[in-house]
Design a protein around this ligand. Structure first.
Ligand SMILES: Cc1cc2nc3c(=O)[nH]c(=O)nc-3n(C[C@H](O)[C@H](O)[C@H](O)COP(=O)(O)OP(=O)(O)OC[C@H]3O[C@@H](n4cnc5c(N)ncnc54)[C@H](O)[C@@H]3O)c2cc1C
Length: 379
């Protein structure tokens, strides 16, 4: 299938561009940061996004959603990369919806997906326990007891972990760290007894948390999917997460490139525009070519998810690895070509690198996904 947007997807992209530029531009991120916001975004923003149907885009129609698909949702997330917009869109409308869709029972889907689509609840995915992404290395335990489960362990860097209503937690019901088998998914109330949430400070000033679980008792109905067989759904959720992180980084690459190109056309040094120097022209040309390749990698991965292509996991790793590389290049070049002002807080260009680095590392960096690509392809 051709890597182009249809008319509806293009319209969604343009409406997202307009909305985010008006209600959540980079200036809004600065405002939230300076105010020490707990959520990292404005009070009304998520309600406005949900009103526009963005929380419902990946939710099937049977559960009150729009079922508009990944190609459409990818356009919104890409635009949010251009404006560095923080919101529950990723943790709830992408990760939460995907995990519940892949693993949930009919009852769970009806209850949770309907509430997400209506903008009534937010979610967070709690996977990693160490500083590096390693989804099979789960030590947190869930022990069957009194008809339910008791959860013990700790999770790190949970995006939206300090504000989400429901935590989707990967815990071990069998086996040991390193085994894919034996991992189960649970839906846990963030305010449940024994859940201790500590908000962490990150360079992107978004809301992440380290979460401790001390003898947290959940009912049997909290189990999402089959006991011990949660890794497949977890892996599918992480694939989606990585494709959307790649889409967001594509927005970061494009925006930082365009802002820098504009600067090269304005800034004079030695009496001439710095953009007239070949040294910078060659760097800009190489950068532009790399961003063009990224557009194809992201669209292909979004398309593969919509089509249920068996290669979707491979294409997710291709997109994430490529975007990690080019986002590193883009944000570094943006600062370097802006010279001294690129380093200052007063100027917006430096904000892009601060969101880019956590986005690159989350759910596996360039090395992780290059390695995963090789393993999945049988090298
Ligand atoms: C608030 C502030 C405080 C600072 N404090 C200090 C300080 O205490 N100490 C300090 O050492 N520096 C400081 N700096 C940085 C310093 O003032 C310069 O901004 C910095 O050295 C960048 O200079 P530049 O000439 O490379 O940048 P610019 O002149 O802005 O050039 C922009 C870009 O064009 C490139 N370029 C320029 N000319 C050419 C050319 N002829 N051919 C090819 N490429 C070219 C540059 O490499 C750069 O990437 C400060 C800057 C700011 C904004």
């Amino acid at each position: 299938m051709a890597l182009v947007l249809n008319e509806e997807q293009q319209m969604l992209k343009e409406s997202a561009q307009g909305f985010l530029a008006e209600f959540a531009p980079v200036a809004e991120l600065r405002k939230q940061r300076d105010a020490g916001s707990e959520t990292g975004y404005g009070d009304k923003l998520w309600a406005q996004m949900a009103n526009m149907g963005w929380a419902a885009i990946l939710v099937p129609e049977a559960y009150g959603g729009l079922d508009f698909g990944h190609m459409g949702m990818g356009q919104i997330v890409e635009q949010s990369g251009r404006t560095l917009t923080a919101s529950p869109l990723f943790a709830t409308a992408v990760l939460g919806v995907t995990a519940i869709n892949l693993a949930g029972s009919e009852d769970q889907k009806a209850e949770l997906l309907g509430a997400i689509a209506a903008g009534e609840i937010t979610t967070a995915l709690a996977v990693d326990e160490k500083i590096h992404h390693a989804p099979t290395q789960i030590s947190m335990t869930a022990v069957k007891q009194n008809g339910g489960y008791v959860l013990n362990g700790a999770k790190r860097f949970v995006a939206d972990g300090s504000t989400a209503d429901k935590l989707i937690v990967a815990a071990r019901t069998a086996g040991e760290a390193g085994d894919a088998a034996g991992i189960s998914l649970f839906v846990v109330d963030r305010n449940a007894a024994g859940v201790e949430v500590e908000r962490t400070e990150m360079t992107d000033t978004r809301n992440y948390a380290n979460i401790n679980f001390h003898n947290v008792e959940v009912a049997e109905t909290a189990l999402l999917g089959e006991e011990g067989k949660g890794f497949k759904a977890l892996s599918g959720t992480l694939d989606a997460g990585n494709v959307y992180l790649a889409a967001e980084m594509l927005g970061i690459c494009q925006e930082s490139f365009e802002r820098t190109l504009q600067y090269l056309k304005e800034r004079k040094q030695f009496g001439v525009l710095i953009g007239s120097f070949q040294a910078l022209q060659h760097r800009a040309a190489d950068w532009w070519s790399q961003v063009e390749l990224c557009k194809s990698a992201v669209l292909k991965a979004l398309q593969a998810m919509d089509e249920g292509d068996v290669k979707a996991p491979v294409l997710a790793s291709v997109a994430k690895a490529k975007l990690c590389q080019v986002t590193e290049l883009s944000t570094n070049e943006a600062i370097q070509m802006h010279g001294g002002i690129g380093m200052t807080d007063e100027y917006e260009i430096g904000f892009f690198i601060k969101r880019a680095r956590p986005a690159q590392i989350m759910f596996g960096d360039n090395s992780y996904h290059t390695d995963r690509f090789a393993l999945l392809c049988g090298y």
